[in-house]
Design a binder for this molecule. Structure first.
Ligand code: F6P
Length: 324
C-alpha cells in the first residue's frame, strides 16, 4: 500500500482542516495511507506524526485552525535537520509529501526535493492571497468576510458619531485583503502598499467626504502601508484645525484568521485537496496546485519563489470610482 505525508505549515487560516480532510479522504478512496505530521516541518524533524484515516478527519470540515497544528520552523534551513526529516520520511515509507502552506513552506518543501529527490506537492493557503502562480489561496475568502463583518459593526459607530475611522487589516506586504474588504464595505478610502497614496491625497479625500456632507469616513488600511496608530497620529496632527473630530482607529488582527471557513473556502480547500492527490496519482511530481482562469492546474513548485502576486490596477480603480 502506498503512503503519503501531509502537514500544515506557516500561519494558520480557515480551510486548513477542510483541505486535510480532502487529502485524507481522497487518499483513502484510492487505497493510499496518510501520515499527518504535527506542527509543520517541526513534526518531520521530530518524527511527530499520526496516522490519518477516513474516520479521523470526520467533523473537522467546518473548524478553523488546523488539527495538525502549525509552526514556522527555522531549523529546516539547516541541511542536518532536513536530513533528519528525510530519514524519518523514508523510514515511514512515505512516497510524497503534501505541504499545505504558503510560499515559504513551499521553499522548505522544495529543499527536500533538491537534497533527497523527495516528491513534494504544495497546496496554497494564506489569507494574504499573494502566492505567485495562483489566483486563489485557501483562507482568503473567510478572512475578507471576517474583516467585512467587523467593519460593518464599526461603521455603525462611525456613522452615528460622524467620525473618521481607520481600520487596519492584515496582508503582510500585500493589499488583497484591504482591496476586497474596501469594496465589500464601501470604504471611503482604501490604502494598499502596491498603489501608495501620498498623505496629502488621503487628507484631501477625508476633507472631500466631509464637504460632500458625508459626515463619516472609513479608511481601510493594509498593514503593509503603515500601522493604523501611526496613520491616525499623522492625520490627527495634519487635520487638527479642520473640525473633523478625532480620527479613531482599530486593528482587526487575528479575528481575520480565525473561525469557521466560509462556504467558498470549504469548497476550494476540498477541491484543492482532491485535485492534488489525483494529480499525484497520475504520476506528477514536485508541483503546486494553482487556480487560474476558473480552473485548477498544476504548476512547478518553484514558480512561486521570489515573487508575489499583486492586485491589478482595474480592481483598485473600482474602489476609487465607488468611494470618493
Ligand atoms: O501571512 C498571514 C498573516 O496573517 C499576515 O497577514 C500577517 O502579517 C502575518 O501572517 C502575521 O503572522 P503571525 O501571526 O504568525 O506572526
Amino acid at each position: 500500500m502506498k503512503r503519503i505525508g501531509v502537514l500544515t505549515s506557516g500561519g494558520d487560516c480557515p480551510g486548513l482542516n477542510a483541505c486535510i480532510r480532502a487529502v485524507v479522504r481522497t487518499a483513502s478512496y484510492y487505497n493510499i495511507e496518510v501520515i499527518g505530521f504535527m506542527r509543520g516541518f517541526k513534526g518531520l524533524i521530530d518524527n511527530d506524526y499520526k496516522v490519518l484515516d477516513y474516520k479521523s478527519v470526520a467533523g473537522i470540515l467546518q473548524r478553523g485552525g488546523t488539527i495538525l497544528l502549525t509552526a514556522r520552523e527555522p531549523r529546516f534551513k539547516e541541511y542536518s535537520y532536513r536530513k533528519k526529516a528525510f530519514e524519518n520520511i523514508k523510514n515511514l515509507g512515505i512516497d510524497a509529501l503534501f505541504v499545505i502552506g504558503g510560499n515559504g513552506s513551499f521553499q522548505g518543501a522544495y529543499l527536500l526535493h533538491k537534497d533527497f529527490d523527495l516528491n513534494v506537492i504544495g497546496i496554497p493557503k494564506t489569507i494574504d492571497n499573494d502566492i505567485y502562480g495562483t489566483e486563489y489561496a485557501i483562507g482568503f475568502d473567510t478572512a475578507v468576510n471576517n474583516a467585512m463583518e467587523a467593519i460593518d459593526k464599526i461603521k455603525d459607530t462611525t456613522m452615528s458619531h460622524e467620525r473618521v475611522f481607520i481600520v487596519e487589516v492584515m496582508g503582510r506586504d500585500s493589499g488583497f485583503i484591504a482591496l476586497e474588504v474596501g469594496m465589500a464595505t464601501g470604504a471611503e478610502i482604501t490604502l494598499i502598499p502596491e498603489y501608495p497614496l501620498p498623505i496629502h491625497v488621503i487628507e484631501e479625500k477625508i476633507l472631500k467626504a466631509k464637504e460632500m456632507g458625508k459626515g463619516f469616513a472609513i479608511i481601510v488600511l493594509a498593514e503593509g502601508v503603515a500601522s493604523a496608530k501611526e496613520l491616525a497620529e499623522i492625520l490627527n496632527q495634519r487635520l487638527k484645525d479642520k473640525s473633523i473630530g478625532e480620527i479613531r482607529y482599530q486593528v482587526l488582527g487575528y479575528i481575520q484568521r480565525g473561525g469557521s471557513p466560509s462556504a467558498y473556502d470549504r469548497i476550494m480547500a476540498s477541491k484543492f485537496g482532491v485535485f492534488a492527490v489525483e494529480k499525484y496519482m497520475e504520476g506528477n511530481k514536485n508541483f503546486m496546485v494553482a487556480y487560474e482562469d476558473g480552473q485548477l492546474k498544476i504548476k512547478p513548485l518553484e514558480i512561486s519563489f521570489g515573487k508575489i502576486r499583486i492586485p491589478n490596477i482595474q480592481e483598485y480603480e473600482i474602489n476609487n470610482i465607488l468611494s470618493l
